[in-house]
Ligand binder design. Sequence first.
Ligand code: TRP
Ligand code: ZN
Length: 867
Amino acid sequence: MQDTASAQPVAKYRKDYTAPSHTISTLDLLFKLHNTDTLVTATSQVTSNNGATELALVGEQLSLTEVLVDGKPWADYVSTDESLTISNLPATFELTITTQINPSANTALEGLYLSDGAFCTQCEAEGFRRITYFLDRPDVLAKYTTTIEADKAEFPFLLSNGNKLAQGDLENGRHWVKWEDPHPKPSYLFALVAGDFDQLTDTFTTCSGREVALEIFVDKGNVDRAHHAMLSLKNSMKWDEERFGLEYDLDIYMIVAVDFFNMGAMENKGLNVFNSKFVLADQSTATDKDYLGIEAVIGHEYFHNWTGNRVTCRDWFQLSLKEGLTVFRDQEFSSDLGSRAVNRINHVRIIRGPQFAEDASPMSHPIRPEKVIEMNNFYTLTVYEKGSEVIRMIHTLLGEQAFQAGIKLYFERHDGTAATCDDFVAAMQDASGVDLTQFKLWYSQSGTPTVTVVDSYDAQNKTYTLDISQRTEPTATQQEKHALHIPFDVELYRNDGSVITPIIEGKEHSTLLQLTQDSQRFVFEQVDEAPTPSLLREFTAPVKLEYSYTEQQLVLLMKCATNEVSRWDAGQTLMSLYIKEAVSNGTDITLSDDVLNSYKALLTDTTLDSAFVAEALTLPPHSEVSGWFDVIDVDGISKALTDLKLTLAKGLEAELVNAYQSFTSESYDISHPSIAKRSLRNICLSYLSCLPQHQDLAKALFDGSDNMTDTMGAMSAANQCDLACREALMTAYSERWAHDGLVMDKWFMLQGIKPSADALEGVKAAMEHSAFSMQNPNRVRNLIGAFFANPYGFHAIDGSGYRFAGEMLAQLNSTNPQVASRLIDPMLKFARYDETRKSLMRKELEILRDTPDLAKDLFEKVEAALK
Ligand code: TRP
Ligand code: ZN
């Protein structure tokens, strides 16, 4: 029987959770792979949970062939475009469902699809329902076996989760392989890959002495670019044993790199599928940042094996349970292996820039959302990055030892089950004895708190008082806000740069203050002079800080603060004073000698980590600065940033030249000291290229470069300053790399961000490049997505950028809504701009709203924005 599907998308609410009606203990899958008509037979052992006789399964874009119960045809069912409801069922039964699907028509890249001729799957969050009708929810855990049949010549590798059980040949040149995954898992962790690949293999011996086979599958000819991924995998396995005491639990770990992928990578049990961007790297094609990205993402997916797979999520509202925790773990991994300060700085930038912007947008949500229309819309900076900050705050409050005790208890209680964020916090609280009752508000309250600090010094009594208050503005879907438990780290400095021991109520106090009320007073005693406070050290909480720093205080902290993150932060705050003033008054920037001298000191101090110096010299991006104002002055911010850069370049010219030239080119390696040197040299180049007398440096670097970091450093400088050589460098690059889309992505990105009024023309021309494809998410993100952040092109006052955006989004809405929905975010913030831009952007959103067949993904965001 056929019904028609409902039209208007419906929301789901966290409060409506109910346990599944049935338990599915095993699922045996048989795939007969064919490009346009793949046959899927799914056989499951099902038990009713509380006498239910009706089983409602979900499915999308499936054509149903057959339903059997206990091996016999079953007629008691109703199927719609999105469901299969079977009735009059016994308490326990075997269910067999056969469906037919068309992988070659799957441009959304969810479910089973073809990536450059290879079959692959993406099931998180709700893609499994595009493979078969199922209880496609994360709290239904089953043991899977998977049999794959396909043409042997075209698809020599047939992969799925777990261990290979058996294989054999069939007629007509076909073959089959059977896999078994011994660990019960939710459907979102299922994976299948079939294709022809080159393979990099290695082994890892675990702490208990088991040997694990490691296999990385890449497109033919790319195996030499997989070594860094393999090294990162082995480092991840070792690190998780040493820092978290967690050992791998299967005999094989496979990673497949594919070119067509909506996100970064996916942690399917024993068979990760990766965007090739996070696997492939060599000296000539990948930047240092790409290498570090590979290490982080390989780590992230590997760490999910415990935090995500062994303990999974009860429902999708709990996504941050696995993602926040796993991001925290990958950040710690990168910090333990590389520079902790630089890692921290980069994550603070993400929180203060795009995450704060998300909090202030119509899609603002808590790290554990309450209401969801399309789950794909909630793989956000808030769930991931702010979620990780929430875990980090727990770590700060408990300390490493108690935190690890909490992790241990969490696994003792919940291994092999689907858990909630509350379960996690309970384990942390019970193992440590730290009361986290108020802290839990971080899971349910959305928006960015502002912490305001007012200080006073009493010379007579030698006391220094901090009056600290907190306030969270109402957000789109949450009016009422409460005081949060905020760990707030503070250090006090004398004018000579020495640290004042914190004494509160006669006793030495830790640097960590606990904020729990709307406003609180902290009185420091025995303070012998009016101090400079270093506030929110290490960014101990994801909050905005308000305190009226003087230039002198910031200069002191830049020089003397005991940790690099605080020194960097002081420099950023100092820059923000100048930027804010220039934007508000439209004035030119003049820097005092004190400020210039403190930057000079950074550039000439050879004891500092060059990577840190490079971060300290990096200006906050346009997007972050935009967040500092109620109404965004697009052009004023661009002007201020350009002006500040030029002013610094002029003021620091001698030191920049010196730092640039002191770089001795040894043979290339990706050790941290080498990465640090290159990053300092490239930031110097970006400044020097603003000055007419140094405009040939970029071309010289490009011509002499033997690695992608320097090549991109040169091209970025040429692009940013529109140097005379820009065109020649871009052409040379495109001639060399036109055959490789992944490498061309860097070229597309530069076209997208070109800071000039003709950026849109450049983007349109680049769309005609042979390496570009609207079907490939990486190409779309690098060219079109980059353009959406271009203050000159996207925000062109004639509306041409917005019109182009509207057209692109309409097109992607029908081919790949998930990608469309990630691109649309800059448009949602239309209300923050001047009247002209506001109404132009709004018009494009209204056109989208009225688009026939608007996907749920865009529907949810457009509705929220126009409300
Ligand atoms: N769980 C993946 C991660 O490690 C995220 C992910 C990959 C994803 N592909 C996806 C989420 C597709 C939604 C849709 O973070
Ligand atoms: Zn993840």
